[in-house]
Design a protein around this ligand. Structure first.
Ligand code: S6P
Ligand code: ZN
Length: 195
């Protein structure tokens, strides 16, 4: 995240819940299938998409509120609808680098699921629709999946120092993958975890 100056005054931004765009915004990132290539279980489907020229999966916007005492951040993520093979578009997913840092996610648009899993293997999932708020405890990796036909937009609130640890998710994924079966989202055991 960018270095930004200390500001001990209140800051207000305006969010468009249908797009995840808020103003003013400090930083924006895009993630494409190429950025998530190790995350989807169907590697043949990943390669087919990459040979066709890649595809946008989600946008992230951040505003780090840096004060002289402690630093919260606002983030919004918009996951565009789509699938890689039969697996729905999703975020990469991560643990926080700092094991004492929780987060709040607030779904404002669209439908899907929030997967959460500890390093010890406790798996939890929350079904999401507009208005759903989930507290993610510090020890849980977290990933959001868009199972709808419209963009899924959520708001995140976290400490700037929380950080990201993507390595365990890159290595193993979550216990379940959310795939389309007969037009419906279903959770099936992640083939990358083996039997
Ligand atoms: C940060 C927070 C979000 C995610 C964003 C993208 O702690 O959880 O801002 O960074 O939703 O997800 P990911 O897994 O690609 O970082
Ligand atoms: Zn997080």
């Amino acid at each position: 995240m960018k270095q930004i100056p200390i500001n001990d005054l209140p800051i207000t931004v305006q969010l468009d819940a249908s797009t995840g765009v808020f103003t003013p915004c400090i930083e924006m990132e895009n993630r494409r299938v190429s950025d998530l290539s190790m995350m989807f279980y169907d590697q043949a489907a990943v390669q087919a998409i990459l040979e066709g020229g890649d595809r946008l999966v989600y946008d992230i916007r951040y505003y780090p509120f840096i004060t002289s005492v402690s630093d919260m951040a606002l983030g919004t993520t918009v996951i565009y609808p789509g699938k890689v093979g039969d697996e729905y578009h999703m975020t990469k997913g991560h643990f926080h680098a700092r094991a004492d840092q929780p987060e709040i996610y607030y779904c404002v648009q669209g439908e899907g699921f929030l997967q959460m899993e500890t390093r010890a293997g406790d798996y939890q999932v929350a079904a999401w629709k507009p208005g759903t708020v989930t507290h993610i405890p510090p020890a849980y990796a977290h990933r959001v999946i868009n199972t709808g036909s419209t963009p899924l937009v959520f708001v995140a609130s976290f400490h700037v120092a929380a950080g990201h640890d993507y390595a365990p998710v890159i290595a193993r994924g979550f216990q379940y993958v959310i795939v389309e079966r007969d037009g419906q989202p279903v959770a099936v055991p992640n083939p990358r975890r083996g039997s």
